[in-house]
Design a protein around this ligand. Structure first.
Ligand SMILES: [Zn+2]
Length: 491
């Protein structure tokens, strides 16, 4: 029985989809103003693992993951400076107030149009996702391809009194939606509005938490669409949040079974999605909310301005495969914060290589007669299922994989189980070649083994032990087998 920790109830709940033949899942996707960084990739790995787990358990699933290519704003550098002056600290940046569209910002910096920015980063994102071995979602809608659906939803919100028009924007009136603060477990008073008074705030805005559904009177914005309401053209562009409500409804209907995103969406973006959807389509908008916790780098906050928001090019430049990063993500539960270091990525690489090497060895020895069909695999299958059904607990599932590798079951059974588990892990364990060992190190290890054999034949066990230590310092364990001494990378 699959159990999912539901952010909405703050409880582990038994998963019961509305229709087991059509589980629906929406993942908040990438804003395509830059490459996906390792924080984004953790979130999308989680989405991929959920998809794979559900399929492993026999469900059919329709997965939708969007690309945000308009409306997701940040502050200009000038605004940021004003803000940090006002607060003497860094504050959370949301798009509640007027800032600058992220794609427009990249456009100004690079000279590309926002459309070209979107094209470029969508292309690179898809390459990155393939390198991470993400299964392709059923749909990857873009916000700019669904302007009409967003406008229709805004019209419905206006008609029902949940939205209002000022001189520059159409806002959602958060006071009208009683449950607005429930999801994040906040109160209206908790919102620090003081710090925002320093930056451009629309004086006609009714509540500090009201957010923009549509922005107009912004001639500096490149991407613009007509929006005619009662004969007036409010030519402009959508706010960020409305796209997810509109596209989720378009592709998945209501309610959605599973909705994922980063924990940073719990405070603003997801309450906004709920507020836009439930008054129009009915409750609930989503049945199971699932969020990944933050990724830190060297125990520090990760950020583009801090230079530690690495992307897959940085990972490759240091000699790693994107799948080493995938393995690294699986070593922590998605709901707990994870700390990235190059050392921990190295440990993941070594572990993944060890599995692949084991697979090769197993495949080579498979030719032996191997018809030992007892039922010992059953306990491993059960254990694995228990782990993935425990809210997608990947560290637990990985430990079952290692148990299998180190077990005494037959080669055929081992291979069968590892292939089976990899349907969830997605580590391409059957296809990938392990990294070859540096030829210099290989030579050194062979010399050490030869010297050690000599020492052993002279019964000089002290020197034999010293040579074993020497190999360990190179990162390898010497293993004595009937066919001679082998070396194996230490994890
Ligand atoms: Zn979203």
């Amino acid at each position: 029985m699959l159990k999912i920790y539901n952010t909405a109830s703050r409880k582990q709940e038994v998963f019961a989809p509305l229709d087991p033949n059509k589980v629906t899942m929406y993942n908040c996707g990438l804003t395509v103003y830059d490459r996906a960084h390792i924080g984004n990739l953790r979130s999308f790995t989680m989405a991929d693992i959920i998809r794979r787990t559900l399929e492993y358990l026999g469900y059919k699933i329709i997965q939708v993951q969007n690309f945000t290519d308009v409306g997701h704003e940040t502050f200009t550098d000038e605004q940021k400076a004003k803000l940090s002056q006002a607060t003497q600290s860094s504050i959370e940046i949301t798009d509640t107030d007027v800032g600058i569209d992220r794609l427009e910002k990249t456009s100004k910096r690079t000279g590309m149009t926002p459309w070209e920015v979107a094209e470029l980063y969508i292309r690179l994102a898809i390459q990155d996702y393939q390198a991470m071995n993400f299964l392709e979602p059923a749909h990857r809608p873009r916000a700019t391809e669904h302007i009409k659906e967003q406008q229709d939803l805004i019209l419905k919100l206006l008609a029902k009194g949940y939205a209002y028009i000022t001189n520059s924007a159409i806002y959602y009136d958060t006071n009208k939606f009683e449950k607005y603060w429930n999801f994040a477990g906040q109160k209206a008073e908790d919102k620090k509005v003081g710090v925002r008074t320093e930056i451009e705030v629309d004086p006609e805005k009714r509540n500090p938490s009201d957010f923009r559904l549509w922005q107009f009177n912004r001639p500096d914005h490149t991407m613009q669409w007509d929006f005619i309401i009662d004969g007036v053209n409010y030519r402009g562009y959508p706010g960020w949040h409305i796209e997810c409500s509109a596209m989720a409804h378009t592709y998945l209907g209501h309610p959605i079974d599973i909705h994922t995103g980063g924990a940073d969406h719990i405070a603003v973006h997801h309450p906004n999605e709920i507020a836009q959807s439930e008054p129009i389509y009915g409750e609930p908008y989503v049945r199971y909310w699932y969020h990944n916790a933050f990724l830190t780098v060297d125990n520090k906050k990760m950020g583009k301005s801090l230079g530690n928001a690495y992307n897959l090019d940085d990972i490759r430049a240091k000699g790693f495969d994107p799948l080493d990063l995938r393995y690294f993500y699986l070593t922590a539960d998605f709901r707990t914060p994870q700390n990235f270091t190059w050392q921990s990525l190295k440990a993941s690489q070594v572990a993944r290589n060890k599995i692949i090497r084991t697979m090769k060895e197993l495949k080579q020895s498979l030719s032996e007669k191997d018809n030992n069909q007892d039922h010992v695999t059953y306990q491993y299958e059960e254990k694995f299922k228990e782990a993935i059904e425990d809210s997608f607990n990947m560290p637990k599932a990985l430990s079952v994989l290692w148990e299998v590798i180190n077990s005494e079951i037959s080669v055929k059974q081992k291979l069968h189980l590892i292939y089976d588990f990899d349907r969830v892990f997605g580590l391409k364990l059957s296809e990938t070649e392990p990294d070859t060992i540096d030829p210099d190190i290989h030579k050194k290890l062979l010399t050490i083994i030869a010297q050690r054999d000599k020492a052993k034949s002279k019964k000089d066990f002290q020197q034999a032990d010293e040579l074993r230590e020497k190999a360990r310092k190179l990162g390898f364990e010497l293993i004595d087998t009937p066919k001679g001494t082998k070396y194996q990378q230490i994890i």
